[in-house]
Design a protein around this ligand. Structure first.
Ligand SMILES: *Cc1c(COP(=O)(O)O)cnc(C)c1O
Length: 345
């Protein structure tokens, strides 16, 4: 195979990733701080993320599926599979490279029948997405299981909602009622609530990667993902001419334009049309017209020494671009495409 350098890349700031984990670890108080690395480390690459966080001292990792767990198996980490075990998952689940988070009576029966060992258990405290009920626990459903962590998940932690305290209270009522060695409730936003949401183990995802789930966490979290793309052509668009599909941008004066190797097929969403921006050195580059599948057009000052083959930095500070596009920070980060090279630095 010929090595073909990609025309777009995600510069990934490993020091910022580690600093974010250390911040969340500190905010977790006495609780241990794990890491959600599902969806391929929220799109950054799960192996690169997990390796760096393990070196920093992170001991607990969370993925959604067994294929995701298997991709991390060679690292020898403690990995929990949030979606538990389907029948199809049992060969992988019994191979011992991760443990399931059991979510339903059927999963619990499946795990018992197979003689499965250590597991985690999800209990529902009000989100009504996954998990057994507190009544199931009272009725003995998980008696006799070897449980590492009993966990639940917050539905509204990114807001100051009465639901947070209701879920915390329901979860806290299970303290000492199970054989679980540890209890875990908080995701990124939950860590930003009070310290008594941390229990024994926290499970941040988004904030590790530079997402800011609550405004009051903004100062503490560093940007990790910096998309960059290469200029294919510099051109002059004359006054009265338009740029891009449907000619939504029309030049009011002669304008220097950079055509850049990135588009919505790379996860740079069409919602950025007319509002995206980039930079080249100290030059600011507003996006012109529609986002195409593979191309963007940016205006530049005529004096800017920006030409074909140069790399520009796409503005992608998650809280800001999420507010501007009305797309969630989660979608903006997990959607970044595979055509872009991941470059840790
Ligand atoms: C994804 C997930 C997390 C991490 O959530 P963030 O909001 O990204 O911090 C934690 N726990 C569970 C059960 C999850 O599904």
């Amino acid at each position: 195979m010929i090595d073909i350098p990609a025309p777009c890349r995600l510069r990934l700031d490993g020091a910022a990733l580690v600093a974010n984990w250390q911040t969340l670890n500190r905010m977790s108080g006495r609780a241990a701080c794990g890491a959600a690395v599902k969806a391929d480390g929220y799109g950054l690459g799960a192996t690169g993320v997990a390796t760096r966080l393990a070196t920093a001292g992170c001991r607990d990792f969370f993925v959604a599926t067994w294929a995701e767990a298997q991709a991390l198996a060679a690292l020898g980490l403690s990995v929990s599979v949030l979606h538990g075990v389907r029948a199809e998952d049992m060969p992988a689940a019994l191979a011992g490279f991760a443990r399931p988070v059991l979510n339903t009576p059927a999963q619990i029966a499946r795990w018992r029948e197979a003689g499965g060992g250590m597991c985690d258990v999800m209990v529902d405290t009000g989100m009504n997405r996954l998990g057994i009920s507190a009544d199931d626990i009272a009725a003995g459903l998980i008696d006799g299981l070897a449980i590492d962590t009993l966990m639940s998940h917050l539905a509204c932690a990114d807001k100051d909602s009465p639901m947070n305290e209701m879920q915390r209270t329901r979860f806290a009522a299970l303290t000492g009622r199970t054989a679980a060695r540890r209890m875990s409730l908080a995701n990124s936003a939950g860590i930003g609530l009070r310290e008594d949401y941390a229990f024994d183990l926290t499970r941040p995802g988004l904030a590790l990667y530079g997402g800011v789930p609550r405004d009051d966490m903004a100062g503490a979290i560093r940007q990790v993902v910096f998309p960059e793309a290469q200029v294919l052509q510099r051109r002059t668009v004359r006054a009265g001419e338009s740029v891009g599909y449907n000619a939504t941008w029309v030049a009011t004066e002669d304008t220097e334009v950079a055509i850049v190797n990135l588009g919505y097929a790379d996860g740079y969403r069409r919602a950025f049309s007319g509002i995206g921006s980039a930079s080249f050195g100290h030059w600011r580059l507003p996006l012109l017209g529609r986002v195409s599948m593979d191309l963007l057009a940016f205006a530049m000052e005529a004096e800017a020494e920006l030409h074909a083959d140069h790399w520009i930095s796409i503005d992608y500070y998650l809280p800001t671009v999420a507010a501007a596009t009305s797309i969630s920070q989660y979608e903006l980060i997990t959607g970044l495409g595979q055509r872009c090279q991941r470059l840790w630095c």
